[in-house]
Design a protein around this ligand. Structure first.
Ligand SMILES: Cc1cc2nc3c(=O)[nH]c(=O)nc-3n(C[C@H](O)[C@H](O)[C@H](O)COP(=O)(O)OP(=O)(O)OC[C@H]3O[C@@H](n4cnc5c(N)ncnc54)[C@H](O)[C@@H]3O)c2cc1C
Length: 406
């Protein structure tokens, strides 16, 4: 039997084990004591927090059959989300609810003039695409400041193919029609599912338990010898025929002592989880594009399920992206209070989490990165997972793509 080593025990590593363990001799090496990666949940005095909202959108057949086999119960929830702009909330998506904005006439004039050609490619940059599609006014009001805040990079270096899947793309007629009645249920996440009890970690806990024979934890990898197909730790050497790396791609390159001759951009996410006595926020989540506000999104765990909070309490995740300097908790909370979501004096618990490599950025070098990743296949190396394959993958995508790693 061929020996497969999987680096990293997040959802990607675990789902790879699930598909390969019957046909190969599979061993997963994880650096932490508990597998699960960013699908980890904490419980602080009855407040259940994930690494920001982890909701199951677009539940595909692959994920459904896993959930069924693991006997996990899910709740299904109809999305209620908003965009905070001009000091008020308007329903999401903004491109079908701009009738609530002051500049709606200008926006509609732009849309009538726009080309609306869907040029989704790794060569078309974000500015060009978004202005071509939604017009300059709406782009300047929301899409550009929001994405500049989230990605912290000049958007002329970002290709248009990564976000197009996540952004509802209505045509001109629909956008004009939305002037009469806004449309709130567009997009890939109009409904979502979530575990009935516990946090999102129940999924990776079940998988880790099922596959425990194939998993080694607390592994500190010191080097990867691509040519000789060996993983080295201080104490041991692991030989393989096939290697699947789900650890962050830049970390993989470092461990393999390989230099990339292309640019690799990403942002980390600071997640501030907060439990409060009372709050004023009726949505599951809202997007914040304002440059004066540090967060790009705030969501409410308690509005998703009241099983995630003690009785009569509310809880939130506040997401701030960063590259070098860790965001400041006090400054963030001051601005949350300023937009009126909750008062600082009502906070009962607060927890800070860091998600490194949270958003791999599809910059204009992405084709070179993908070509380089393909070249590793000659040496039996395959990349999988969100920061492993450098693809913006959801949980459901990971279940689906785990059938096609090689
Ligand atoms: C902010 C944010 C919000 C998200 N929200 C959603 C959502 O609502 N719905 C959804 O479907 N998806 C969501 N996702 C995507 C989802 O989190 C990912 O698809 C999934 O968790 C990625 O799993 P992974 O195994 O690829 O990565 P990870 O979970 O990062 O796992 C990588 C693993 O590798 C291990 N590792 C790292 N370095 C080493 C090393 N040197 N040696 C050994 N092991 C190592 C880590 O400890 C970790 O266990 C979100 C992602 C982010 C960042």
């Amino acid at each position: 039997m061929k020996k497969v080593i999987i680096l990293g025990g997040g959802l990607a590593g675990l789902s790879a084990v699930a598909h390969l363990r019957k046909r190969y001799d599979v061993l997963l090496l994880e650096k932490e004591a508990i597998p699960g990666g960013i699908l980890k949940t904490t419980n602080i005095n009855g407040y259940i927090f994930d690494h920001t909202g982890h909701l199951i959108h677009s539940l595909n057949n692959e994920m459904k059959s896993f959930i069924k086999a693991m006997k996990l119960s899910l709740i299904e929830v109809k999305r209620s989300s908003a965009v905070y702009i001009e000091n008020k909330y308007i329903p999401y998506p903004i491109q079908l609810n701009f009738k609530y904005l002051n500049e709606k006439q200008k926006i509609i004039n732009d849309i009538l003039k726009s080309q609306q050609e869907i040029v989704i490619s790794t060569d078309t940059n974000f500015y060009k695409w978004v202005e071509n599609y939604f017009g300059k006014t709406l782009s300047d009001l929301f899409f550009i400041p929001y994405n500049e805040k989230l990605l912290r990079i000049d958007l002329s270096n970002v290709s248009s193919d990564w976000f197009s899947r996540y952004l509802p793309i209505p045509d001109k007629i629909e956008m004009i029609r939305s002037l009469k009645n806004g449309i709130n249920d567009a997009g890939y996440n109009a409904t979502f599912c979530y575990p009935q009890s516990g946090g999102i970690q129940v999924i990776t806990d079940k998988m880790s338990e099922l596959f425990k024979k194939n998993i080694r934890t607390n592994i500190n990898i010191e080097g990867i010898d691509i040519e000789n197909r060996i993983i080295k730790t201080r104490a041991e050497k692991y030989n393989y025929d096939i290697l699947i790396s789900t650890i962050p791609y830049p970390e993989f390159l470092k461990l393999s002592k390989i230099e990339a001759n292309y640019k690799i951009d990403y942002v980390n996410v600071y997640d501030l989880n907060v439990g409060v006595k009372k709050a004023n926020f009726p949505y599951h989540w809202a997007y914040f594009s304002g440059k004066d506000l540090p967060f790009y999104r705030i969501g409410s765990y308690s509005n998703i399920s009241n099983a995630l909070v003690p009785k009569e309490r509310e809880s939130f995740y506040i997401e701030v992206s960063f590259t070098d300097k860790r965001p400041n908790k006090e400054e963030i909370l001051k601005m949350v209070e300023q937009v009126g979501i909750f008062k600082i004096e009502d906070i009962e618990v607060a927890e800070e989490k860091i998600i490194n490599y949270a958003y791999p950025i599809y910059n204009l070098d992405i084709k070179r990165l993908r070509n380089h990743q393909r070249q590793f296949q000659e040496n039996g190396v395959f990349f999988f997972g969100r920061s492993g394959s450098w693809k913006y993958l959801s949980m459901a995508d990971i279940f689906k793509e785990s059938y096609q790693i090689f």
